[in-house]
Structures are given as C-alpha cells and as structure tokens.
Design a protein around this ligand. Structure first.
Ligand SMILES: *[C@@H]1O[C@H](CO)[C@@H](O)[C@H](O)[C@H]1NC(C)=O
Ligand SMILES: *[C@@H]1O[C@H](CO)[C@@H](O)[C@H](O)[C@H]1NC(C)=O
Length: 121
C-alpha cells in the first residue's frame, strides 16, 4: 500500500515535471537549436536535451523563456546563429574568453537585453 502510494506520487511528480518542461516557448527552443548547431561545444557543456530549459549548462531560463546565455570562460567555439534575434526574453549574453569567431549576429529587437559582455569584436 505504502509502495503503491509512493509510486502514485512519483508518477504525479513526473507528469508535473513534463508539464513544466513543455512550457518552454517553442520559438526559444527553435532559436537555441540553431545556436547549438552553429557553436562547437566543449564536453563540459551539456546541451543534449531537446529543451534548453531542462536544463542546458550555462543557459538560464525564467518562465519558460531563455533569459541568459553565459558562456564566459568556457571553451565554446564556432559562430553564433543569427537566430539569437528570436530570443526576445534574453537579458544577459556573456561570451568573454571564448573561442567564438565569425560575424557578430544582429541583436536588434532584443529589447530586454541588459548585459552584454563580450571580447569578440
Ligand atoms: C525567428 O523568427 C522568425 C519570425 O518570427 C521566424 O520566421 C523564424 O522561423 C524564427 N527562427 C527560428 C530559428 O525559430
Ligand atoms: C580550455 O582549453 C584549454 C586548452 O585545451 C584547457 O587548458 C582549459 O582547461 C580549457 N578550459 C575549460 C574551462 O575547459
């Protein structure tokens, strides 16, 4: 009986977790997939889940939106996809001491961006 009740609670919790995860804004998921594909990630960054909010290392979300990408000091390289423009809730973007290259994408339209720390261009 106790085991059954425990299983039921565990099931409820896992359903709740899936529901929370499903709330990530699909535009952010799509933009982050593009960014992931344009970057070359070091092994220390785990971006293997299908949802950047569940979670991806050095990516922070709030209310189902990506609000910070903080890659400073990681050995990330490659380029940043122009799809970053679609992360309209982004507040922080930090890429100090990374190996990024390529053109700086446009950040136009990212009206929530408050902190942008970069030594790249
Ligand atoms: C970015 O937003 C534009 C306009 O809404 C859309 O057409 C495009 O598919 C989006 N890109 C991604 C990667 O979601
Ligand atoms: C980045 O790469 C260099 C050279 O391979 C290595 O010495 C350093 O520890 C790496 N830094 C991180 C944070 O992984």
């Amino acid at each position: 009986m106790g085991t059954l009740a425990f299983s039921f609670i565990a099931l409820l919790l896992s359903v709740a977790a899936v529901t929370v995860r499903a709330q990530t804004d699909p535009r952010d998921v799509s933009a982050m997939q593009d960014i992931k594909n344009s970057l070359v990630l070091p092994h220390s960054l785990d971006w293997s889940s299908g949802d950047p909010c569940s979670p991806w290392t050095h990516v922070h979300c709030s209310g189902g939106r990506v609000d910070a990408i903080q890659l400073g000091g990681t050995n990330v390289s490659g380029t940043v996809s122009p799809s970053i423009r679609n992360l309209t809730a982004l507040r922080r973007f930090e890429v100090m001491n990374c190996g990024l290259s390529g053109p700086l994408p446009s950040f136009s339209g990212l009206s929530n961006l408050q902190v942008w720390i970069s030594d790249w261009l």
